[in-house]
Write a protein that binds this ligand. Structure first.
Ligand SMILES: Nc1ncnc2c1ncn2[C@@H]1O[C@H](COP(=O)(O)OP(=O)(O)OP(=O)(O)O)[C@@H](O)[C@H]1O
Length: 747
């Protein structure tokens, strides 16, 4: 705390309007002789406090007054001002209460300005308040105390950093300026809502830097439990901040361990291992935790282990890693057979399984199982023998944290160690794997939204169209929503042409980047991206193929309407898909309604949850020509790519076998015939399209795109370069998109 410019500060409640006006009238006169003055008649000046206290519950602000002394007389206290420092007895005595009398008689006086801060009586820094006020502000005092601790710690850290700067001339001097900036930024955010979580000042300032004013519900509920050392299973809707729910306690514990390590002068292995089902998600978690740590003077080494880098390189990174995030497959590849790494992992303090239901049920369990087995296997290093014996008897020391937005009910029960479950084919693997998770006791199950897994501000719609018309309707929807960043889900990768991993990540990065042209970017993805990907600003999710299962629907739709924003989720349904899809969505919602006790007729009415969006069919038919042409071009391009791949493969196979390769001969011999030969024929035609023909088609499409499409409504047009929906809808009052009122689809 910087006390040099701190005069005698007395905090008091903000005065009433009447008191303020009284105060204003009294600002000018200089007080010449000693006299006792009522508390609210003193010349209070408002003290600037950080914004974080603006909305703090029970905190009314701070005011300061100069040249006033507090004089205690028996059970009463008087405020004495403007008299020579003489017969005061203010020093040293403990503050013993105060009287409620509006005016006190003269007693003694002190000229506070002549005193150094250290000479100032202790009680003057206390907060005299009316009795009921005192009761009311217990929490406020706690908050102030916490704030003071945060500030003091920061000052100490700053001071230490400055000493370090002097000691190490090689350090860039602006590092400390930056540190200051970061702290200033952190101070801008009101963090009082985080105080009950009892986090260290260091992590509080890291959170402040992220400008997260309050913890999300899942964070509020799980962080204290994790810090208590419990195993936790956390369930919260998509986009509700689950990553930091485990990220904050892990970093907090790492910071505590850092102090210990400094004392012991020995580095420990990784503190946490986080398993994620996909590479994208692993990278995202890594970045999210890195962002949290960005403002720390010393932060943990965070390392993601996914495909892309060489195994050796990742092994080297792992040797110094503090927090490891990886997909089970790659992680196992990197750690298995490396006993040093394995032994390090056996000492982890946290094992996190993110998007648990997918990670534990969808084809990842083999590697996950290997990892879990390896973590619990007796330590091979001789030095660690005693430890391992103890571990074998008492179970692992690590905490296990399991998070997801959806939990298969059976999995949920099984994780909680209750009841029977029925996972059909995967039953045995699951049972084994869950046993392998090796909770230390019964884990704490925290479900912050038992009612709905869907984000609150999500609107759901359905567009019915022919099975072969999905491209057309997708195009129409995108054309009509150019200002919404859209994510399109498909069930197969053919629509994005089997992109390589690197290209996939690049597309994702481009999609995340701010808009450059008139259109918001569009990303086409499979369900791999449905889980956990946190891309801000996605306003529209389109299900090109209807989701196959309820949890896929929840997770896909959960890419929009994240962290208190709103969003739209629209499914393109062929006529035969409408009923099953409605049933699937109703299942998600009805279950929630039953749980909340709100099960009314609406839960039976499948139409209630998903509105039908009637897109103007005439308008759509005007777009058909371009879609047909675009598809022809895309098919030709893909067929060419695939064709050359197939041909290369055939050539290589023929070479292996030592036979001559002749594609025409092979085709003539019927190798291409049989089932699917019609498609093959089409593919062959597309493949044989010459470059010039393809070029001509592209030119034709370009020309079409440059033309405006008459919407059939007044004189407005859709142009090739985008459409201004607001412009189109001016004066049209909704007919343009048909029945879309339930979705507020107008932009
Ligand atoms: N306390 C907070 N205040 C404001 N925003 C937050 C807070 N905690 C996290 N966020 C932000 O909320 C977004 C969603 O967080 P996160 O990705 O952890 O959600 P999730 O619950 O894991 O979602 P999913 O189930 O889809 O994986 C992120 O952009 C994150 O930065």
């Amino acid at each position: 705390m910087d006390i040099t410019h701190k005069k005698r500060k007395l905090a008091k409640p903000q005065p009433s309007a009447a008191q303020s006006s009284q105060k204003r009238r009294k600002t000018a006169p200089q007080i010449k002789s000693k006299r006792a003055v009522a508390l609210d008649k003193l010349q209070w000046k408002t003290v600037d406090v950080p914004e974080m206290f603006d909305d703090a519950e029970g905190f009314y602000g701070l005011e300061e007054v100069e040249g006033v002394d507090i004089v205690r007389e028996g059970d009463t206290v008087k405020f004495v001002t403007a008299a020579p420092p003489a017969s005061t007895d203010a020093s040293g005595d403990e503050f013993g209460g105060f009287d409620d009398a509006p005016e006190a008689t003269a007693a003694a006086a002190v000229d506070g300005q002549d005193m150094t801060p250290s000479e100032q009586p202790e009680e003057q820094n206390q907060t005299p308040k009316p009795k009921q006020e005192k009761e009311k502000s217990k929490t406020q005092l706690k908050k102030e105390q916490k704030k003071k601790e945060v500030k003091d710690k920061k000052e100490t850290e700053k001071a230490k950093a400055k000493v370090a700067e002097k000691d190490d001339p090689e350090l860039e001097s602006d590092v400390f300026a930056k540190l200051g900036d970061i702290e200033d930024e952190a101070e801008d955010t009101d963090l009082s809502a985080w105080v009950p979580l009892d986090l260290s000042p260091t992590i509080m300032s890291a959170i402040g830097r992220l400008k997260f004013a309050s913890p999300t519900l899942i964070q509020k509920r799980t962080i204290p439990k994790i810090l208590e050392g419990l195993d936790v299973i956390g369930k919260a809707s998509t986009g509700s901040g689950k990553t930091l729910a485990f990220g904050i306690p892990i970093v907090e514990q790492w910071l505590a361990r850092l102090e210990q390590q400094k004392k012991e002068e020995a580095r420990k292995g990784p503190i946490a291992l986080i398993l994620a089902p996909t590479r994208e998600l692993a990278h995202q978690i890594t970045n999210h935790i890195k962002e949290l740590c960005a403002g720390l003077t010393t932060g943990p080494y965070i390392c993601s282990v996914t495909g892309g880098l060489s195994v050796l390189k990742q092994q080297r990174q792992l040797e110094k890693a503090d927090i490891v995030i990886g997909t089970p497959g790659r992680l196992w590849e990197v750690m298995s057979g490396n006993s040093k790494l394995l032994n390090g992992f056996k000492q982890i303090q946290f094992l996190v399984v993110d998007e648990a239901d997918r990670l534990l049920t969808e084809g990842h369990f083999k590697e996950a199982e290997e990892i879990l087995k390896a973590l619990d296997r007796t330590v091979t290093n001789e030095d660690d023998d005693s430890d391992s014996d103890e571990e074998a008897e008492t179970g692992p020391k690590r905490q296990t944290l399991v998070f997801s937005a959806t939990f298969n009910k059976d999995l949920q029960q099984k994780l909680a160690g209750k009841g029977k479950y029925n996972l059909m084919d995967e039953k045995e693997e699951m049972e084994y794997l869950l046993k392998k998770l090796n909770f230390r006791g019964e884990p704490k199950f925290i479900d912050v939204n038992p009612v709905s897994q869907m984000a609150e501000k999500l609107k759901e719609g359905l567009v019915e169209c022919g099975a072969m018309e999905k491209d057309l309707y997708l195009y129409a929807l995108l054309m009509l929503q150019p200002t919404r960043r859209a994510l399109v889900f498909t069930n197969s990768i053919s629509i994005h042409s089997e992109m390589a991993q690197k290209a996939r990540l690049r597309s994702l990065e481009r999609f995340k980047a701010p808009k450059t042209g008139t259109h918001e970017p569009i990303l086409v993805a499979t369900d791999v991206a449905a889980r956990g990907l946190d891309i801000s600003g996605i306003e529209l999710v389109i299900h090109y193929h209807v989701p196959r299962a309820a949890d896929a629907y929840v997770h896909r739709s959960g890419r929009t309407a994240r962290a208190s924003s709103s969003g739209l989720s629209i499914m393109l349904c062929a006529p035969e898909e409408v009923v099953p899809t409605r049933r699937l969505v109703a299942k998600v919602h009805a279950a929630a309604q039953v749980k909340s006790g709100k099960s009314t007729k609406s839960s039976k009415d499948m139409g209630f949850f998903v509105r039908t969006i009637d897109i103007d069919r005439k308008l759509v038919s005007r777009l058909r020509e371009r879609v047909v042409l675009a598809k022809k071009i895309a098919d030709a391009t893909l067929a060419k790519e695939r064709g050359s791949k197939d041909e290369n493969w055939m050539k290589a196979a023929a070479e292996e076998l030592g036979v001559d390769y002749d594609s025409e001969e092979l085709e003539a011999a019927g190798k291409w015939g049989g089932r699917g030969s019609g498609r093959k024929k089409k593919e062959k035609e597309a493949k044989e399209m010459t470059k010039a023909e393809l070029g001509a088609l592209k030119a034709e499409l370009k020309m079409m795109l440059s033309q405006r499409i008459n919407t059939g409504v007044s004189e407005k047009y859709i142009t090739g370069s985008g459409v201004d929906i607001n412009e189109l809808l001016k004066g049209v009052e909704g007919q343009f998109l048909g029945r879309v009122d339930g979705l507020d689809i107008d932009v």
